[in-house]
Ligand binder design. Structure first.
Ligand SMILES: *Cc1c(COP(=O)(O)O)cnc(C)c1O
Length: 364
């Protein structure tokens, strides 16, 4: 028998979340963001369930190739654009749309030999200060692009820095509108947080929305609203089993460094899951976990291949019993990945993306 840890990707949850976002998007079309191997869910697997999207947004030409090989003929968008000249040849061959966020990318386009002009999204830096043309330089970049025979339609985009909380999107919306309102073309602004928090605002949803995290069932503003509030379902469950049970006496400790010390006699379960599986090492004592669907807590330090859980609330639990690290238990109880992430001082995004290669993945 293989080591019992495994991840399950829930096709039905992906479809549900897409439908939920469709409902929030009004008339806007949806780029399903599938970068980072579909946030750790597996690109091919996610694609099967998200084919109802209007397009797929990703970072890597090879990932785009994978989606074409799987039969996707609709729009594909490279969110960071091209990195070198010859990427444009593959964009032509695969019919990719790509983001243009700096002058060098316009230079490359001007040297590109093609009979078929390309669709581009011109990106404005409206305050995130990561990618994009400064607002004052936006119009001249557009004018330069528009003059190139290599360029077909130009769409406009920006990305919000505070969509998940205060001060919100208003300031960036204003900057974007002020420096683009007289330009033609479709617009795309909203990630998951902006989409869910500002729906049904046409100014935010515009022509294309770009949800990622919400497709996978994690709340984009956990701490303010949880996934249940947004009616999202977890698309990934990380499950394993107890491989040992220890009985501690008051004063005994568990694991490296003896970081947890029992204050009474108690039973402790040892789970086949550690940081080499992608479970966060920083998760402290008290991080929520389900044993046979019953909510309990981790104890002591997470080690490479194992972690320990409190069995006080599950006295019948023994070796071989099911442990759900996040997602849903086989019996249906849910432990949101965001809760585990919050306990470990991170976000659901990081946990999903960090699922380790050694963890087998199946779909259901
Ligand atoms: C990753 C990404 C998104 C998706 O963001 P979520 O917070 O996962 O919804 C949208 N737009 C751009 C430009 C991105 O890089």
């Amino acid at each position: 028998m293989p080591r019992p840890i495994h991840a399950v990707i829930h096709a039905q949850a992906l479809r549900h979340n897409l439908a939920r976002l469709r409902q929030a998007s009004g008339d806007a079309r949806i780029w399903a963001v599938v970068k980072a191997n579909a946030y750790g869910h597996g690109l091919a697997r996610a694609y099967e369930s998200l084919r109802g999207a209007d397009g797929f947004a990703l970072l890597d030409v090879n990932e785009a190739q994978t989606l074409r090989d799987l039969g996707w003929r609709g729009p594909l968008l490279l969110l960071e654009g091209v990195f070198e000249q010859r990427d444009l040849e593959r964009c032509s061959r695969l019919d990719l749309w790509h983001v243009v966020h700096h002058e060098g990318q316009i230079d490359m386009l001007s040297r590109h030999k093609t009979q078929v002009p390309q669709r581009v999204f011109l990106k404005m830096n409206s305050g995130m200060n990561r990618l994009g043309f400064a607002p004052q330089a936006f119009k001249s970049a557009w004018t330069r692009l528009n003059a190139l025979p290599q360029v077909d339609e130009i769409s406009l985009m920006t990305h919000f820095a505070h969509a998940d909380g205060e001060p919100g999107v208003t300031a960036q919306l204003e900057v974007f509108a002020q420096h683009s309102s007289d330009l033609p073309g479709e617009r795309s602004l909203a990630n998951s947080a902006a989409l869910l928090r500002h729906s049904p605002s046409d100014a935010v949803t515009a022509d294309w929305v770009r949800p990622g995290i919400a497709l996978y069932g994690s709340s984009p503003d956990h701490g303010v609203h949880d996934a249940a509030h947004w009616q999202l379902q977890p698309a990934m469950s990380l499950r394993s089993r107890l491989i040992a049970v220890q009985s501690l006496a008051a004063g005994d400790s568990v694991g490296y460094g003896g970081a947890f010390v029992a204050d009474r006699d108690m039973r402790v379960g040892v789970v086949a899951c550690g940081y080499a599986d992608g479970y966060p090492r920083h998760a402290p004592t008290g991080t929520p976990v389900l044993v046979n669907g019953v909510r309990t807590r981790t104890l002591g330090r997470v080690s490479m291949d194992m972690l320990c859980v409190d069995l006080s609330r599950v006295p019948q639990a023994g070796i071989g019993d099911e442990v759900t690290l996040w997602g849903s238990a086989a019996s249906g109880q849910v432990l949101c990945i965001d809760e585990v992430a919050a306990a470990a001082g991170t976000v659901g995004y990081e946990l999903m993306c960090a699922l380790a290669h050694r963890v087998p993945v199946s779909s259901e």
